[in-house]
Structures are given as structure tokens and as C-alpha cells.
Write a new protein. Structure first.
Length: 166
């Protein structure tokens, strides 16, 4: 009787190999790949147009790239969807004689410093690119002041975002 219980124990233990069913894992990875391929776009829209802006049209052929976003409406200035200059500040900036817009410069400089630190950390090059979305109704002298401020804050490569004719 003792020998029978020893045999039963040996039979229950098995030979020590475990079989792994990977069919469900392959199905899961296939679904993930299909999902990522459907959501990936090689020339997708990298710029989200602001809702309250009417962008000018142009016959430009160059696609927008990834850059810091500055949105200028007739009443405010936003950097990355954060209001930097409200309506009162916008009127003050329009009336000032100086070319540099101080509140905008401070925010852009902060973004520039952070981008340079992350570029250094990841061993990449800081591009210094900024995309300016300006309403068709903003005054030219305001646009030039914004561009000057971007350049002084460390963003010398500026792209004006427009709608393509066509």
C-alpha cells in the first residue's frame, strides 16, 4: 500500500514541462499592431488650428512640422493653449512702443529652457522651431512684434500656419 501512494505522487507531479498556449498572445499583439497602424499617419495633421482663428490662405507646398505653438487672435495670445496675454494685455501690447512683448517673452523663454534641457538629456538637437497661428485680422505690427519676441526668446525658426489654397 505504501508503494501505491508513492507511485500516485509521482504520477501527479508530471514530468516538469509546462506547455504555454501563445495563440491568444499572438492574437493580442496582432490586434495592437492593426490598431497602431490604423492610428498612425505619416503625414498627419501636426498642427491643431485654434477654434477662434481665421487663418490666411496661401499657395504654400510645405507641410507643417512639430513645433511650439503660438496662437494669436484679435484679443489674446496663447502658447500651447495657455493664455499668455489676455484682451487687456493685448491692447497694451498694441499700444507699446517697444518691439519686445515682455509677458510673451517670459513664457517662451521658459519653454525654450525646458526644451534645451530635455534635448540635452535625450542627446538630441534643440530645433528652435515655433509655429505661429495668426488671425487674418491681426495688425502687421503686432505680428512682427510677436515674431521678434519669438526670436529673442530662443525660437529663430518661425513658421506661419496658413490654409492651403486648393
Amino acid at each position: 500500500m505504501a508503494q501505491q501512494s508513492i507511485r500516485r505522487r509521482h504520477r501527479k507531479r508530471g514530468d516538469g514541462t509546462v506547455k504555454l498556449n501563445i495563440t491568444s498572445m499572438i492574437d493580442m499583439f496582432t490586434l495592437m499592431v492593426v490598431f497602431l497602424l490604423k492610428n498612425y499617419s505619416a503625414q498627419g495633421q501636426l498642427v491643431t488650428p485654434a477654434t477662434n482663428l481665421l487663418l490666411p490662405t496661401s499657395s504654400v507646398e510645405k507641410n507643417a512640422g512639430e513645433a511650439l505653438s503660438v496662437k494669436v487672435s484679435g484679443t489674446n495670445i496663447m502658447v500651447e493653449n495657455d493664455v499668455v496675454i489676455d484682451e487687456k494685455g493685448f491692447q497694451t501690447a498694441l499700444a507699446q512702443k517697444e518691439f519686445l512683448i515682455e509677458p510673451l517673452y517670459n513664457v517662451l523663454k521658459k519653454h525654450c529652457d525646458e526644451a534645451k534641457k530635455s534635448a540635452e538629456m535625450f542627446k538630441t538637437e534643440f530645433s528652435g522651431k515655433v509655429s505661429i497661428q495668426g488671425d487674418v485680422a491681426i495688425p502687421y505690427n503686432m505680428l512682427t512684434r510677436i515674431m521678434y519676441t519669438c526670436g529673442q526668446a530662443g525660437y529663430p525658426v518661425m513658421n506661419l500656419v496658413v490654409y492651403r489654397k486648393g
